[in-house]
Design a protein around this ligand. Structure first.
Ligand code: FES
Ligand SMILES: [Fe+2]
Length: 426
């Protein structure tokens, strides 16, 4: 049926995952065992939909960027025929890395090893010293392709499984959060043009995914930045907060801040308490695009805080792309979101991103320290089980049927593990 790069079907599992994931607790082994990680690559990263990149990274014909699906490198290409596609970054001759650059514009790729040349649509078009290859059928040596690619409003996802749920089915209710994000752009589009920073954490990828919608930790781990920045954000993570945690299913989870922003009722308050008068261009374009009343509602609600399983995290003003490279190493690729047609807001989005998750940023350094301590802790054998029971008795369903809980509850983490168990035992 479906395929992974290494073999057609996953081998039978070495593990009884049902004995390692319970509704409110998880066995530590799942975070550090190399064999578990190898099975996750086959059953999750090389099977499900994974976010790869954004169309605004390859706006022109022949643009490309090097990306990844889990640890596997791929090329996101706007090819010579105008198609957006995902190619494997591997030369079919002897397997060399075909393209070593992060991005560029070219209609062909030439392998640095023996100079085979490929069209950016994948076909082998030139062999160096072709006289040794008489009678060879060039069409047998095209670049590998990621078999499925789908794009939702500019967000490009790939899947190594030839068959499976469509991207829309996979996203489910999480799609609405991407729509919410795009509503905040006067043109309905974002641009991923601010450049990526890469943060390496010596920790298992699941600690990062779980933490992205963990509303229990920020008041403690990030207390200093909230204080220094005099940000209203700290109040969202207090026991009296009306913000919600939500489980959309399929591993997608959200920290829904709208109840708090609506209670405060101030446009752009979500943006670090920003004063709308400082962004006259943005406000007037939003009003022209949506009408004054709707623009005000959108600017009160702000952008989402959503973790799209397994690797796309939209954190209000930033995009994080999570890439596992080993059982104990994960790279977070981080960029400032930019709204097409909003230069005044974009400038502040970049500045605020540098302050929170830049090289000397105050936010991600705190989280990374927690990830790495978590990972070291997972290897200690007693106690073996980690608990995710917070808010179980007050968990309930919203009017769309999604599980929700208090801002500090572990609704998202239970949802992530429910989906994990489904994938690992499918
Ligand atoms: S490995 Fe690419 S041309 Fe030989
Ligand atoms: Fe955090």
């Amino acid at each position: 049926m479906s395929s992974v790069p290494s073999r057609a079907q996953p081998a039978p599992s070495e593990f009884d995952y049902r004995a390692l994931v319970e509704p409110t607790r998880v066995h530590s082994t799942l975070y550090y065992d190399e064999a578990v990680f190898a099975e996750e690559l086959e059953r999750i990263w090389h099977r499900t939909w994974v976010y790869v990149g954004h169309v605004s990274e390859v706006p022109n014909r022949n643009d490309y960027v090097t990306k990844s699906i889990g640890p596997t490198p791929v090329l996101l290409v706007h090819d010579r025929h105008g198609e957006i596609s995902l190619l494997q970054n591997k030369c079919p001759h002897r397997g060399n890395q075909l393209c070593a650059y992060q991005q560029g514009n070219r209609s062909t790729f030439t392998c640095p090893y023996h100079s085979w040349t490929f069209a950016n649509s994948g076909e082998l078009i030139g062999l160096a010293f072709a006289d040794g290859y008489e009678g060879v059928d060039k069409s047998a040596f095209s670049l590998g392709r990621v078999p499925r690619i789908e794009i939702y409003r500019g967000f490009v996802f790939g899947s190594f499984a030839k068959e499976g749920p469509s991207l829309e089915e996979h996203l489910g209710g999480a799609k609405d959060s991407l729509d919410q994000l795009l509503d905040n752009s006067p043109t309905g589009e974002i641009e991923v043009t601010a450049g990526f920073l890469q943060h390496r954490a010596k920790a298992n990828w699941k600690f990062l995914v779980e933490n992205e919608t963990d509303g229990y930790h920020p008041g403690f781990v990030h207390g200093s930045i909230f204080q220094v920045a005099e940000s209203p954000v700290g109040g969202l993570y207090k026991p009296e907060s009306q913000a919600l945690t939500r489980d959309f299913g399929n591993g997608h989870t959200e920290f829904d801040l709208r109840p708090e922003w609506r209670r405060m009722g101030k446009p752009l308050h979500w943006f670090g308490g920003a004063d709308p008068n400082r962004f006259p261009g943005y406000v007037s374009s939003m009003e022209s695009a949506h009408g004054v009343e709707r623009a005000r509602e959108i600017m009160i609600d702000g952008t989402p805080h959503i973790m799209i399983f397994p690797n796309l995290f939209i954190a209000e003003i930033q995009m994080f792309v999570i890439q596992p490279t080993a059982v104990d190493e994960t790279i977070q690729h981080v960029t400032a979101l930019q709204f097409k047609g909003a230069p005044d807001l974009n400038r502040r989005l970049r500045q605020q991103t540098m302050g929170s998750v830049g090289p000397a940023g105050l936010l991600l350094a705190d989280d990374t320290e927690m990830y790495e301590r978590n990972h070291r802790g997972a290897r200690i054998h007693n106690p073996e089980w980690l608990t995710l029971s917070r808010g179980l008795s007050r968990e309930h369903r919203d009017d769309r049927g999604y599980r929700i809980g208090h801002a500090t509850d572990e609704v998202p983490q239970r949802g992530i593990w429910r989906h994990y168990l489904d994938l690992m035992t499918a």
